[in-house]
Design a protein around this ligand. Structure first.
Ligand SMILES: [Zn+2]
Length: 311
């Protein structure tokens, strides 16, 4: 599935052509910028070779993230890039210096396929597969995609004596997806307080139909928490973080860096505002996941223990 592709564009007749064109335009702009800045000083590959390289990196590259999933850069690991995707991954990739490390998060027998996740697994099956098709050009047929066992919980609606019409729910799902897209587009344009208002507005709108544990609600709460952290609003960040943790633990796989990083963020904020016992308890939960995903000797583990006041 994750092959070194010669070109990852132009699958004829696919419904992805618009997105393909958009992506292609973005890549062409990047290549033009590279030429503008470097072609006078460096020997550059020709346009076609650069396009090929860009496509290969897009499909095979890894985003290197720290313990709170803050993006630090991109890297190519040709061997790890051979590992296929599953929405129920058997292993997790972490980073240690410039190396990547792969550790099992499920019991595995000899001969079992090693599978990682290429995407954020919070979202329902349809959304995950849209993302996989857009970025990696395949549809997943893992057990979770076949059974969709978590989809109902992921798009949970409020309990009412008079249940919502399916049309009302699907309209709200569309609204949720639009809010996500809109926030992403305006993230680097609007001011933090404007962004926070966007989150609160869409949460209020969706909250009329969706349960607090609905993933479209969780997405906007996560963004709101990020804005609060940026604005150094500890109370706001804690308020959102606390709402995220329980559904996160339920909706993500048992060992997930999304869950450990959330415990870590919240734990560190608690420690910063001198709420030590809540802080230590959150950091302990992060450690329980990280000891499996990162391994007990990873520098991040030592750092968290130091923050907790242990040797
Ligand atoms: Zn799947």
């Amino acid at each position: 599935k994750r092959k070194i592709l010669k070109h990852n564009f132009s699958l004829p007749g696919s419904d992805l052509e618009d997105e393909d064109n958009e992506k292609r335009e973005g890549t062409e702009a990047d290549i033009a910028a590279l030429y503008r800045f470097y072609s006078k000083h460096l020997e550059m590959p020709d346009h076609k070779d650069l396009l090929t390289l860009y496509s290969q990196v897009a499909c095979n590259g890894f985003t290197v993230e720290d313990d709170e999933l803050f993006q630090m850069g991109a890297a190519i690991y040709p061997d790890v890039a051979l590992i296929n995707h599953s929405c129920l991954p058997s292993v997790i990739v972490t980073y240690n210096g410039t190396s990547s490390e792969v550790r099992a998060v499920q019991n595995m027998k000899p001969g079992d396929e090693v599978l990682i996740s290429y995407i954020d697994l919070l979202y329902p099956t349809e959304d995950r597969n849209k993302r996989l098709r857009e970025s990696y050009y395949f549809t997943c047929d893992c057990n979770e995609c076949k059974t969709k066992s978590k989809d109902n919980a992921k798009v949970k609606v409020r309990k009412r004596s008079d249940p919502f019409e399916p049309q009302v729910i699907s309209n709200m799902v569309r609204y949720g997806r639009n809010s996500i897209r809109e926030f992403r587009a305006l993230k680097n344009v609007k001011s933090p307080s404007e962004l926070l208002e966007m989150c609160e507005q869409s949460l209020e709108e969706m909250g009329a139909v969706f349960d607090d544990s609905n993933v479209y609600m969780l997405h906007m709460m996560y963004q709101a928490m990020g804005v609060c952290i940026y604005m150094q609003d500890a109370d706001g960040a804690i308020r959102y973080g606390k709402k995220l943790l329980k559904p996160y633990s339920k909706l993500y796989p048992p060992y997930s860096l999304n869950v450990s990083s959330m415990y870590l963020k919240l734990g560190r904020i608690y420690m910063n505002v001198e709420r030590r016992s809540e802080g230590v308890s959150a950091l302990k939960k992060a450690l329980a996941i990280m000891e499996v995903a990162h391994g007990k000797d990873h520098p991040y583990i030592k750092e968290v223990r130091r923050e907790m006041g242990q040797k």
